[in-house]
Design a binder for this molecule. Sequence first.
Ligand code: NAP
Length: 352
Amino acid sequence: MYFKALRITETPNGTFERDIIHRSIDDLPAGDVLIRVHYSALNYKDGLSATGHKGITKNFPHTPGIEAAGTVEHSLSSKFKPGDEVFITGYDLGMNTSGAFAEYIRVPEEWVIPRPKGLNCKDCMTIGTAGFTAAYALYKMELMGQMPEYGPLVVTGATGGVGSLAVAIFAKAGYEVIAITGKKEATDYLKFLGATHVEPREFVNDCSGRPLARAKWAGALDTVGGNTLSTLIKCCKRDGCVVATGLLSSTKLESAIYPFILNGINLLGIGAGQTPMSLRMKLWNKLMNEWNVTDKLSAIAHEVDLEELKDVYIDAIMEGKTRGRVVVKLYEECCKPQDAMISEVLSGAVLN
Ligand SMILES: NC(=O)c1ccc[n+]([C@@H]2O[C@H](COP(=O)([O-])OP(=O)(O)OC[C@H]3O[C@@H](n4cnc5c(N)ncnc54)[C@H](OP(=O)(O)O)[C@@H]3O)[C@@H](O)[C@H]2O)c1
């Protein structure tokens, strides 16, 4: 059987080409569970893989796509059977394992999670890695004692995938949110997601050279790195948490020791891709309950097909031009409307 997949090929002169090809199921890597992908989503990491960054993907040709929601087609695992509704985020999917910008993937059973009741494939991928990362960041901050009463949380790269979900989740959890964006026109969008203030990138770019500056926020989730992260640390209130998740502007961090030894700032990191399954389940449970932002997902999602992904959106995400989550539809018959899902949950008819 053949299926459609995005394929990135390295040319003899070291450039990378994108095509949509037909592959055989037999060409997929060995694994326990064959999954019919209904939706995937585009992440910055996919952009890096699709443009040939060898730190993400070593060998080409390759199919990127680090997350998928769909149904089990064939299973060697006792945990899953054909027809089960599942999803996957992270592990090695789409990095050095053939990924989800394709109609089928085959993966180890340890990577597969039953899709939460009441969440269709599109909504699952709209939250996806981005929402999971934002939830993980808030979970870590709260383990360190962060509370809404201490003051606002900053979110950088606020219109991006992680940023949009972080704004919505933090607001839902009761925090005042300062959203930082390079897109002036996105103010209404960010306020709809729950931002109390929307500020330009310069707001978190202290160039005074001083090791500490006036405290302006109680914590932050950063996707940018470099001087943005340094500023978030030096302007954070006593005992606040700054979570480093990304490196959009720089892989470097320069900071004095003073914010840590005088103000007790906690610098936390997130590596969502390798999160143990027990913590994944705990965080998805929070995303389906107290941090549930499903009412915001239609504003965050922008649905595209494989052709649009190839021709427009991979370049757009590398240029910081996308907004929210680019979700990739791979199966025409998907998905049940959310209303139908909810009524099935109420009547107890949904599996998992
Ligand atoms: N640690 C983890 O486990 C984990 C998980 C997921 C993602 N990440 C990382 O988090 C970052 C964001 O990922 P994503 O998938 O959300 O990306 P994304 O959807 O492309 O969002 C990035 C957003 O950041 C802003 N931005 C882009 N370039 C910038 C720059 N040079 N300086 C300042 N702001 C910039 C833009 O938003 P505005 O125009 O609104 O500023 C852009 O839309 C990436 O570095 C990614 O690798 C890490």
